[in-house]
Design a protein around this ligand. Structure first.
Ligand code: PMT
Length: 395
């Protein structure tokens, strides 16, 4: 999601994870956000304001009475300009101060003065995090509408292991996009999306699958989330990072995907089947690893259930058609046969498009004669074009 035109206050506090805030600032700037950094005294012991000034191209606010700043009465003007305040990393100290309503530094004062959403990403020692006082403070902040991302569990700077690690940057950016998009055109809509290539076991170590990476389905899930939808992503195995703020169901086989879709889609507003579902599976799965014995091996394959054909319910139905010839004709035939509202004809012969690629070249086809041929675009942009059409069909 582009963050163009959005103003984000990045509050950095004194944790060893402060250096990771530089990566966060960089990612937000890459998405075209205006990032105004506020650093506490303690944060400046870990990382220099110059780092953030260089990364964001904007002044860094380091104190309440900073005469060199472009902001007039700092905390008020910063607070008013913000679409969201993100405190990352957030120490136990800042969490306690915010929970108590203190305003003894520029960051706390800005949070008190803002009407925008506030997101915090705690990072601290495991004992400090698990201390009941910190937990009570976090509960208090959550009850007041603060969004808390993380912490992750793992090895900490102290050498101990447990909860307290700074959340992944993609989780924090994902949560920012979700918060900023929650009043979007898909707010209060539930969209179910399938992704990836199903795996049909032959024996304990081998399976039949295809070259789907999950990128198209995951891009759809993130795009729908960033437009305010409640998203359920039913995914075959994929190496992609789980999109933040999306309900994820992991499955392996076509049969498992069918069961998940059948259970969830009838409660949703739309089903978008971007997954490459196996049409056939081995008739039986060998209990032990099949030994190399003869010069050839014959596998007996049987049909898997066709999910789109069989799932009933009153929701918008969107399929994909991965075609290597007669793109539009074949896709239209599938739209009719599977009783779909939309089909996304996917030209898998186009250079840099389709399975595994970052881009896709598709034609969006509706029930009538309407069709929208798109050029080769990043999958995220294709996702938004598809969702434009889905939004128009939703009641
Ligand atoms: O994951 P990526 O690497 O990003 O690649 C994306 C993609 C190329 C996989 C994706 O854009 C795509 O085209 N997905 C559909 C691939 C496919 O299996 O097409 P199909 O023509 O075989 O199936 C038609 C439709 O029926 C699809 O929506 C499919 O999900 C659905 N289907 C297929 C088989 C089955 N048993 N049940 C189904 O519901």
């Amino acid at each position: 999601m582009t963050l163009s035109g959005k103003t984000i206050i990045l509050g950095v506090t004194g944790s060893i994870a402060a250096y990771k805030a530089a990566e966060l600032a960089s990612r937000l700037v890459q998405r075209e956000a205006n990032v105004n950094t506020i650093m506490t005294e303690a944060a400046m012991r870990f990382i220099s304001p110059l780092t953030f000034r260089s990364l964001t191209g904007r002044p860094v606010v380091t104190g309440m009475f900073d005469l060199n700043s472009e902001f007039s009465i700092e905390h008020v003007s910063l607070a008013e300009a913000a679409d969201i305040v993100v405190i990352a990393p957030a120490t136990a100290n800042i969490i306690a101060k915010l929970a108590s309503g203190l305003a003894d530094d520029i960051l706390c004062s800005t949070v008190l003065a803002t009407k925008s959403s506030v997101l915090i990403a705690p990072a601290m020692n495991v004992n400090m995090y698990e201390n009941r006082i910190t937990q009570n403070n976090l509960s208090e902040l959550k009850s007041r509408g603060f969004i808390v991302v993380g912490p992750d569990t793992g090895r900490l700077a102290s050498g101990e292991a447990g909860p307290g690690r700074f959340a992944g940057i993609s989780d924090i950016t994902g949560s920012i996009c979700q918060v900023l998009g929650r009043k979007g055109d898909l707010a209060h809509k539930h969209i179910v999306i399938t992704a990836g290539g199903t795996q049909e076991s032959i024996d304990p170590v081998r399976y039949i699958s295809n070259r789907s990476s999950g990128k198209m389905g995951y891009a759809l899930a993130e795009a729908a989330r960033d437009r305010g939808a409640e998203v359920t992503l039913i995914t075959a195995p994929s190496s992609l990072i789980k999109p933040y703020g999306v309900e994820l169901y992991s499955i392996n086989t076509a049969q498992e995907m069918y069961q998940a879709v059948r259970d969830i889609a009838p409660r949703a507003g739309a089903l978008i089947m971007a997954a490459a579902v196996a049409d056939y599976r081995p008739a039986s799965v060998a209990k032990d690893k099949i030994k190399k014995a003869n010069s050839s091996l014959t596998l007996n394959l049987v049909n898997t259930p066709d999910i789109l054909d069989n799932v009933k319910g009153d929701f918008v139905r969107v399929g994909f058609a991965a075609e290597s010839e007669h793109l539009v004709e074949n896709a239209r035939a599938k739209l009719q046969r599977k009783n779909l509202d939309l089909i996304i004809a996917n030209d898998i012969t186009a250079e840099g498009s389709g399975f595994g690629a970052d881009n896709n070249e598709v034609v969006i086809i509706g029930r009538g004669d309407a069709k929208n041929k798109l050029p080769l675009l990043p999958k995220r942009e294709v996702a938004d074009k598809i969702l434009d059409e889905v939004a128009a069909l939703l009641p």
